[in-house]
Design a protein around this ligand. Structure first.
Ligand code: COA
Length: 256
């Protein structure tokens, strides 16, 4: 198990921490595997009543490791990232996020699957799928327009611009914006509150909240997944990712 994903259980709350701070907690294949293992086993364990996901070292996560995307692009939704995405809409245990610093790509779209989200006032959210030659993932093309309205969702998903905690609050992506040193404590406090509630009622309420739109979400995730896998192999994505590591602006002028 990778030590780039830490975990601990206390008072009925599983806390999972991304722990690769020198790379802004960018998620490798091993980290997805570790995250999946933690989420799946917690969801089967009746003593775990809430899950908190967070990042070490002042970042939530810079999203998928871009060198993994270049070297080992997922070939199907049975890939490590696909399996993590697949479990999110099925989780029965409430998932609570504590966000500080960078929340990029899946670092933002993961939050759309969380039941409660707390972020710091220095958090920076971004879904740079189009600038990377990719397309929305994790159901964001379905979930974000429903949360934020179509034009705001288009602005965030098409332009891929960075947005702050105030905007995240405004579009309903987060519950509260807090000082950086208060985020973990607030998420832990709420997680303990959830853990003390009647568990069957909590699971039922979580399921009911998501139920009406679940089939449409799953369809959108399937469609996005197929397209995303194709885009990862596109010359546009190759140019964008090479440019990131070469610390230069990408040049898309030659593409049609
Ligand atoms: N994949 C791989 N490495 C990443 C990474 C990612 N997603 N995000 C950051 N890193 C690495 C950088 O390459 C850098 O490594 P180095 O020190 O060996 O050069 C290190 O993490 C620190 O990143 P840096 O860009 O210097 O930090 P920053 O504070 O200036 O910017 C981000 C932080 C998150 C805004 C910026 O790193 C970024 O945009 N990362 C890419 C995010 C992304 O596109 N994710 C995929 C979405 S699908």
């Amino acid at each position: 198990m990778s030590d780039a994903v830490l975990h601990e259980v206390s008072e009925g709350v599983l806390t999972v921490s991304f722990n690769r701070p020198d790379k802004k907690n960018a998620l490798t294949l091993a980290m997805y595997d570790a995250l999946l293992e933690r989420l799946a086993s917690a969801d089967e364990d009746p003593s775990v009543r809430a899950i908190v996901v967070r990042g070490e070292g002042g970042s939530f996560t810079a999203g998928n490791d871009l060198s993994d995307f270049m070297k080992n692009p997922p070939a199907s939704m049975d890939s490590p990232v696909g399996r993590v995405l697949g479990i999110l809409p099925k989780l029965r245990t409430p998932l609570i996020a504590a966000v500080d610093g960078a929340a990029v790509g899946i670092g933002t779209t993961l939050l759309m699957h969380c039941d409660l989200v707390y972020c710091s006032d220095r958090s920076k959210f971004k879904m740079p799928f189009v600038p990377l030659g990719l397309c929305p993932e994790a159901g964001s093309s379905y979930l974000l327009p429903r949360m934020a309205g179509r034009v705001k969702a288009t602005e965030l998903l098409l332009l891929g611009k960075t947005f702050d905690g105030a905007t995240a609050l405004d579009i309903g992506l987060v519950n509260e914006v807090l000082p950086p040193d208060a985020v973990d404590a607030r998420a832990a406090e709420v997680a303990r509150e959830v853990a003390a509630l009647p568990p069957a009622s909590v699971r039922l309420t979580k399921a009911l909240i998501g139920q009406a739109s679940r089939d449409l979400l799953l369809e959108a995730m399937k469609r996005e997944g197929d397209e995303f896998i194709g885009r990862l192999r596109s010359p546009e994505a190759a140019e964008a990712m090479q440019a990131f590591f070469q610390k230069r602006a990408p040049d898309f002028s030659k593409f049609e």
